[in-house]
Design a protein around this ligand. Structure first.
Ligand code: NAP
Length: 335
């Protein structure tokens, strides 16, 4: 991969500084759901001699400087008195804030990675086009060797709304605008320097107006106390009838029963879901059997181990120098 590109938000001297410091950082990998061994080679390459702790025996907990987390087990971080950094392996920190033992003194950081953004843009663009251009129907008619045309609607006549105009939402907006879709976005705070053609809405007062323009609605919000259950019956009622929902945020943004009701009434026409409340989605879950729902197994995008290692080690270097890591999040807002 192109390392310069993937880490272009970093101070390039960061990992070098770490490798010459007299004491190598001690990093614990914490996850209740993921085997994190795949990340070890990248950390060892970025910082030879680094003290990595994985598995059930984490050694002396007062030696641990930083924790790398994906759904960490509860009750572990609170026993690490010298923890300075809690690093998410992904863009969201909801899975860390879900456990109550985040030390107040530790900096909570997320990954922001151009390759992650590009992966998300590719997934979202595919999902929009797949439904807008009736690809499911073509796959079906090809099975019976049938030459059947579906309506061809110009992209500018298809309105795409993005809830969450952050790093990923804005990247998706730019590409969809480039194709020619009519794009609007919604965020908590008003934005300046918007890409040309992007209609932006901010705050709860504008939500209804925004939703009314979403032939396709993309959820790219972080999961917070305010956004949990955002995709619900009341919201669906404000969409144009037959809208397509794409959820690439988190499963808990969606009230699952409300989606089934909205699909049954035709208020929502189709859903593409990459994030589910229960992952893996159980085989007997009704979403699998509904032809209007397309499930993908939380693969919209990923970050490579070398980017995670570089950003985390850079964050430690910045903290050691008394600075604030660029992608530090605010536990009070949840993102
Ligand atoms: P981000 O840069 O923090 O952007 C979040 C956006 O959501 C911001 O525009 C923010 O508004 C807006 N927002 C937050 N709370 C809001 C509220 N209550 N009302 C309205 N807008 C609100 O996050 P990101 O890097 O783009 O990532 C977004 C999410 O994508 C992540 O948190 C994660 O859940 C999800 N994700 C999924 C995958 C996957 O593979 N499926 C991969 C990566 C990320 P302001 O701009 O006003 O702050």
């Amino acid at each position: 991969m192109n390392t310069t590109d993937a880490t272009d938000t970093l101070d390039s001297s960061a990992t070098k500084d770490t490798s010459v410091s007299p004491r190598k950082p001690c990093v614990a990998f914490l996850s209740a759901v993921l085997d994190m061994h795949y990340l070890v080679p990248a950390f060892k390459a970025a910082c030879p001699g680094i003290d990595l702790r994985l598995g059930s025996d984490l050694g002396k907990l007062d030696e641990i400087d930083a924790a790398l987390c994906w759904y960490p087990p509860a009750g572990v971080m609170s026993q690490m008195p010298n923890l300075r950094l809690v690093q998410s392996v992904g863009a969201g920190v909801d899975h860390i804030l879900a456990v109550p033992d985040l030390p107040a003194s530790a900096s909570l950081c997320r990954i922001v990675d151009p390759d992650m953004a590009r992966g998300m843009v590719a997934y979202v663009t595919w999902a929009v086009i797949h439904r807008h251009r009736h690809m499911d129907d073509y796959i079906e008619s090809a099975r019976s060797h049938s030459w059947v045309e579906q309506p061809v609607v110009a992209p500018r006549k298809h309105r795409v709304g993005i809830a969450g105009l952050g790093t990923l939402g804005m990247a998706c907006a730019r590409t969809l605008l480039g194709i020619g879709y009519s794009v609007c976005g919604w965020s908590r705070s008003a934005k300046s320097d918007l890409p040309e053609g992007l209609a932006a809405y901010a705050g709860n007062d504008t939500l209804g107006e925004f939703l009314g323009q979403c032939d396709t609605l993309i959820c790219l919000l972080p999961l917070t106390d305010e956004t949990r259950g955002f995709l619900n019956e009341k919201l669906f009622a404000q969409l144009p009838k037959g809208a397509h929902l794409i959820n690439v945020g988190r499963g808990d943004h969606l009230v699952e029963a409300d989606l089934l009701t909205a699909l049954a009434s035709g208020q929502v026409g189709a859903a593409t879901l990459d994030a589910l409340t229960q992952e893996p989605l159980p085989a007997e879950h009704p979403f699998w059997a509904d032809p209007r729902i397309l499930i993908t197994p939380h693969i919209a995008t990923r970050t490579s181990p070398d980017v995670i290692a570089a950003q985390m080690l850079n964050n430690l270097t910045v903290l050691d120098a008394g600075g604030r890591p660029r992608w530090q999040t605010d536990p009070a807002t949840g993102y």
